[in-house]
Design a protein around this ligand. Sequence first.
Ligand code: HSE
Length: 431
Amino acid sequence: MMDKINIGVIGFGTVGSGVIRALLAKPHFFEKKTGARLVVKTICDKDIRTKREVSVEKSILTTDVNSILHDADVSIVVELIGGIHPAKEFILEALRRGKHVVTANKALLAECGEEIFQAAKKANVDLYFEASVGGGIPIIKALRESLGGNHIDTLLGIVNGTSNYILTSMDEEGLSFNQALIEAKKKGYAEKNPALDIKGIDSAHKLAILSLLSFGKSIASNAIYVEGIEDISLSDIRYAQDFGYVIKLLAIAKNINGQLEARVHPTLLSKEHLLSNVKGVYNAIYVHGDLAGGTLFYGRGAGSKPAASSVLGDIIDVARNIKHNSVNRVPIYVEDKTIKKVRDIDDIETRYYLRLSVIDKPGGLGKIAAILGRHGISIASVAQKERKQAKIVPVVMMTHDAKERNMRLALEEISRLGGIKKKTIAIRVER
Ligand code: HSE
């Protein structure tokens, strides 16, 4: 039984400062919760000169990561530097040396998760990563533990605050994509280089983790089909509104009769859907299980305090496990061998919103409808909008369920029609 548990923190940035501030501000609170004194023994960062929002004794600051990794008295290593290298090497070394690890590193777990999970298993230590997805939302623990009795069939997530902020500003304030992006940067929501966010890659990283925990099938994040939000125009947002929908960047994972679907793309969602009301930088994850039915996890997806909340929850879990000799009680995930394959995007079936730019003359729409029909795609509704440019008119459609492959072939054929003037926009629809 340990009465004191030493913690080493690698990364004294926004999240690190939030975690350390809480641990230093209320030691008795954490002692009561865990039965052990949680001591921040060492903090490592490249920069230990810049003043942080929490002041710590100089003697516990170091730029040498080995002061943590080689210190036999450190039981928990908290990795908060992000990125693949050198975080991966630090974590693997910590695990090898028998230390429990708490990390917020989504990119690393999405890209090298299997290697890290195996290393934790081999070392018989705990690896916790609540802050890697959804900031302060307790989704990882829910999937690993609370929903453990369910067979999950669907997971839909808004897991990128930057993209959701941009889409919400377009929807509610009528801003263009570029105006909304500039505003997100001004408010400090978007990174200087927001490419990972708006291209959907950050969401794919998070989906790789969520999907593994939900379905017990490992999928590389680069095997996930990804489309970002850069091509979403204000017109599509307006037309979607006319049909009773909003456009969200969704991370979608489904188990369809033993085939796993995992994809990230802009999606039309009915205004009635719970996720439609997740606005601005907020995140939410909808999980449907055979017993629980639909559940919704909502909260702040980023920021010092929300991420610190998740990291601290993990530290408490690990400390309790150490105290009660129950390390490794909760497996990271349980493999489901009944999932045979990851579905190719061409094999998914969904409804579509289409926007075509058509020359306004008799018979134009008829030819388009005929091509869709030949590919087995049935139109649910269609609206011709007002002419904006001479002779070219936007035609928007909602289809019934169609196979992606058929849609792709139909769109290729439509693009060769003389009357089609621009690339047809196709956006998938989720119920
Ligand atoms: N860049 C991320 C976002 C931060 O916009 O949601 C949280 O992972």
